[in-house]
Ligand binder design. Structure first.
Ligand code: PLP
Length: 451
């Protein structure tokens, strides 16, 4: 395509290397330029409205024009636009946010470490776990086990945890010491005649086998999203985490809950860990912590994890880890206001109130000839698009459902995310029932178009 000289599209193609984008296709296709947002809608530079069924990247929980967050940011910018938290320095937004997160944690937690993104949070998890085991004299106990199709970020180490197909090829990843165990997607990986319960047992056995093969004295931690997001919204079988955690306990392996998507009400409880029965030793969160208006993430740890870390920092003279933007005061102020809004508006109660409609409309699409499976919890759902319902043959093994998602936006004003053959929905948590209907009506039309 040729772009008008010096237009935003031409300049974008000329200068901007986009994340998670086919760079060559982009040169032809050009950008979709989003100019403004209101509630659950965003508008492009031609004024066209889109219902944002993904809340951006699973994150803008309060939609796209929450004025209170703008005010909170502005007030903090005027008072103290930046300060750091190294070497005993602190500021009130950071202190208040740490206290609040500890109060909200799904299990008793002791301390919070702040970063700016989900990737940095999980990188921090890895480093703190290594530090913790060194402090305890367990120098060999360093390996991480995550899951095939798990998503934990893109820094060198967090991308090594990630198990989605595009994050390792071409990057010389994963690093040594990062292993990926089976994916608990029953529809795809359940065997003929196997019950969900037996499938969950097999998943736990796979994990145990991996720990034994690696040597339990070398395995430090297991990390999982309560419900896998970017791997395709995989809801685990009911007893999956109970069985997984029994294995972890047996071999003294830490349980890390990656709540970057599931935290803050998404699954119908405040934490995804509560929805699926995880008791984490460490928890990472980001995204909806600030409704993503500003970048901030956090790692929480139990006292059992904190104490050896604290002792090692004393022995070594300092905890040699931290970011310029750890607990950035403006980001922390926006996060605090976000959490206040969640409480005042009972956002979890709202999710519980509208989730039945969301799930009813999602599951109703299961009758469509192109939909092999529907799955979801709370306001997190997905359709698995297939070429043949009976054989579960993939819709398009190479391109997946990307073209379908692209056309849904272009022709019906619906932004969804395609992940291989999966179409995901995680709308802003403020969505109402009529907007849920609008979203799925549009999706139905987009599916009909693809027949
Ligand atoms: N963990 C999970 C579960 C995620 O979904 C993501 C991003 O989507 C990350 C970590 C990485 O977060 P970020 O993109 O902020 O680095």
């Amino acid at each position: 395509m040729s772009f008008q000289p010096n237009s935003p599209a031409a300049r974008d193609v000329a200068y901007f290397l986009h994340p998670y984008t086919n760079a060559k296709a982009h040169e032809e296709q050009g950008p979709m330029i989003i100019e403004r947002g209101q509630g659950v809608y965003v508008y492009d530079d031609a004024g066209k409205a889109y219902i944002e069924a993904m809340a951006g990247l699973w994150c803008a929980s309060l939609g796209f024009d929450e004025k209170r967050l703008v005010k909170a940011a502005t007030a903090q910018l005027e008072k103290l636009p930046y300060y750091h938290t190294f070497a005993h320095k602190a500021h009130l937004p950071g202190i208040d946010l740490a206290e609040k997160l500890i109060q909200l944690a799904p299990v008793p937690m002791s301390k919070v470490f702040f970063c700016s993104s989900g990737s940095e949070a999980n990188d921090t998890v890895i480093k703190l776990v290594w530090y913790y085991n060194n402090a305890r004299g367990r120098h060999a106990k360093k390996k991480f086990i995550s899951r095939i199709k798990g998503y934990h970020g893109v820094t060198v180490a967090s991308a090594s945890l990630t198990g989605t197909p595009v994050n390792h090829p071409g990057f010389d990843l994963p690093l040594a010491g990062f292993k990926h165990t089976s994916n608990p997607h029953y529809y795809r990986f359940g065997q003929e005649g196997e019950s969900e319960e037996d499938f969950a047992t097999r998943m736990a056995n796979d994990l145990e086998q991996m720990i034994l093969e690696e040597g339990p004295e070398t395995v430090a931690a297991f990390i999982a999203e309560p419900i896998q997001g970017a791997g395709g919204v995989i809801v685990p079988p009911a007893t999956y985490f109970e069985k997984i955690q029994a294995v972890l306990k047996k071999y003294d392996v830490l349980m890390v809950a990656d709540e970057v998507i599931c935290g803050f009400g998404r699954t119908g409880n405040f934490w995804g860990s509560q929805t699926v029965g995880i008791k984490p030793d460490i928890l990472s969160c980001a995204k909806a912590l600030s409704s993503s208006y500003l970048p901030i993430s956090a790692v929480m740890m139990t006292d059992e994890v904190y104490q050896p870390i604290a002792q090692a920092s004393a022995d070594l003279g300092v905890l040699g880890h931290g970011y310029t933007y750890s607990a950035h005061p403006v980001c922390a102020a926006v996060a605090l206001e976000t959490l206040k809004i969640y409480e005042e508006r009972d956002i979890v109660g709202h999710v519980q109130a509208v989730a039945p409609r969301f799930l009813e409309r999602l599951h109703a699409l299961g009758a469509h000839p192109l939909v092999g499976e529907t799955r979801g919890r709370g306001l997190m759902g997905a359709l698995e698009i297939v070429a043949d319902k009976a054989t579960k043959a993939p819709f398009d093994p190479k391109a997946g459902a990307g073209a379908l998602a692209y056309k849904a936006a272009a022709e019906h004003g619906l932004i969804v995310r395609s992940i291989g053959d999966t179409i995901a929905f995680t709308p802003p948590l403020i969505i109402n029932e009529s907007q849920i209907d609008e979203m799925f009506d549009k999706m139905h039309k987009a599916l009909d178009d693809a027949l």
